[in-house]
Ligand binder design. Structure first.
Ligand code: NAP
Length: 312
């Protein structure tokens, strides 16, 4: 835990932990090369021109370069028919020089994301979204697991948080974050509640949490008063706020964020009111610089794992 004010919570530095994870991957790739094996290869399929997706794909490519993983990008026009996307996935599945396949979401209207994700060979499913890998996770067996919760678990382990018997609340029940996060915490013997948009008295449920994981995509939903004193808070949400009235409400304890919103017209924030949570919790991840960088590190770790598991 890297930073601590007098009465404030510790800021859990996701960037620093991502750097540690990436260095570990880099060393393992280097060891493969020293043994005469080839570098692992990750194929990223990007359909359409979604600006956020373009940034994510660029960042993934750069991170691959940093650790010696070969990055292959396949860009398709937004009007590409599903059959063509299927065909590309089939070719990548059959290519023995490709270890991991990632289809960047969201796909443009008219394309079926589930169909694309289910078509990826489970052995190359580095996002961990294939039902086969989700089933392995459910059974507690080894497999490729979703990157964001995997990286969150790695962060918690690094900071030595004892999960056994801990009351954990996971806010959000997506297949990408909420559900797998809950399963991984359960596997480590936490007592887990999954909350969502139909949960009654959400603040009271959150206040029970020794560990609160927020993955809802609602800027500043979690107020400081929802956080149990001394809790650890992981904020997975990444939200771009442009509404000044909303910003004035959720950034009351974060004057710097409000200033950025006023001057630049937009600011990134999580699902938790960071400034308020810092006054109550024992440790909190910031946004940006918390869970975001960890997710890419988790992806590259999965690519290395997929490569080695396929005996290449
Ligand atoms: P998602 O598929 O939209 O799921 C959101 C979940 O939050 C749903 O289960 C939904 O409940 C629940 N929810 C929404 N509004 C709520 C409210 N007002 N009160 C209680 N629950 C509410 O989102 P996701 O893919 O899990 O992503 C969540 C957030 O994490 C997004 O901001 C996303 O950008 C971010 N994210 C970040 C990373 C990273 O690397 N840091 C990775 C993935 C996602 P229902 O099921 O009842 O609708």
């Amino acid at each position: 835990m890297e930073e601590k004010g007098a009465t404030m919570a510790t800021i859990l530095d996701g960037k620093a932990h991502a750097d540690r994870m990436l260095e570990e991957v880099r060393l393992q790739v280097e060891a493969r090369l020293a043994k005469g094996l080839r570098a692992p290869a990750l194929a990223v399929v990007l359909v359409g021109e979604d600006p956020a997706s373009q940034v994510y794909v660029r960042n993934k490519g750069a991170a691959c370069g940093r650790v010696g993983i070969r990055s292959l990008e396949f860009r398709l026009a937004s009007d590409t028919p599903q059959a063509e996307v299927d065909g590309l996935i089939d070719r990548l599945n059959a290519d023995p020089t490709v270890d991991g396949i990632l289809v960047q979401l969201p796909l443009p209207k008219g394309l079926d994301a589930k169909r694309a994700l289910h078509r990826i060979s489970p052995a190359k499913d580095v996002d961990g979204f294939h039902p086969m890998n989700q089933g392995l996770l459910l059974e507690g067996l080894p497999g490729l697991r979703p990157c964001t919760p995997t990286a969150c678990m790695s962060l918690l382990a690094h900071h030595g948080l004892a999960l056994k018997g801990l009351r954990a609340v996971v806010l959000g029940r997506s297949e990408i974050v909420g559900k797998p996060m809950a399963l991984m915490l359960l596997e480590q013997h936490a007592t887990v509640t999954i909350a969502h948009s139909r949960t009654r008295d959400l603040p009271a449920v959150c206040r029970e949490a020794d560990l609160l994981v927020a993955a809802v995509g609602q800027p500043g939903l979690v107020e400081g008063s929802w956080v149990k004193p001394g809790a650890v808070v992981l904020d997975v949400g990444i939200n771009r706020v442009v509404d000044l009235a909303l910003g004035e409400r959720i950034f009351a304890a974060e004057p710097r964020k409000l200033e950025v919103l006023r001057t630049k017209g937009a600011v990134l924030c999580g699902d938790v009111r960071f400034g308020e949570a810092m006054e109550v919790a024992s440790a909190v991840t910031p946004v940006p610089g918390g869970v975001g960088p960890l997710t890419i590190a988790g992806l590259l770790l999965n690519t290395l794992t997929a490569c080695e598991a396929q005996g290449r």
